[in-house]
Design a protein. Sequence first.
Length: 186
Amino acid sequence: MFQSESCAKLVPVHSARPKTRESAIDRQPHKNTTASAPIDADEPWMRGLHADTGYLLYRLGLRSGQLFNASLQESGLRLRHYAVLRFLATTEGALQRELSARLGYDPSAIVGLVDDLERLGFAERRPSPEDRRSRIVALTDEGRAFLRDGDEAGLRVTGELLEPLDHGERETLHALLLRITKTDLR
């Protein structure tokens, strides 16, 4: 998965998974489960669920997370780590409480995620120039290299999920999801 040698050296294929403060759901192994298996939409119990847009969005999100986590598996990281790195790539650094607020993660989870990223050399904590008691989390060069590979994995996952749609349908779906997300996250 890694194209950059620095990432491959930092994260060996057989490395132990970092310990993070995540929920029991996040700690479950990622494998093809019943939740990701094709289901006959004509089964009576499925008709109601397939009429529920919220359920369909949930199911797609679940499958997307499973595929993305599987693509990150050899690094020992998860989608939550990737989200922190992606956010840090847009800033010169952020306080942990800002990461928590912006990403919607519990503050205690952010501590564990940043610990993992720092241990791998993907992020570092620095003193805040405004407040000596606070630490800013910033992306490292190794973190940027990892993101390039993670972005490629994300494109592959998205391509797999949206394979049944043509280009125009993909653009429409993205625009609609973006509009809903922007409205929902105000």
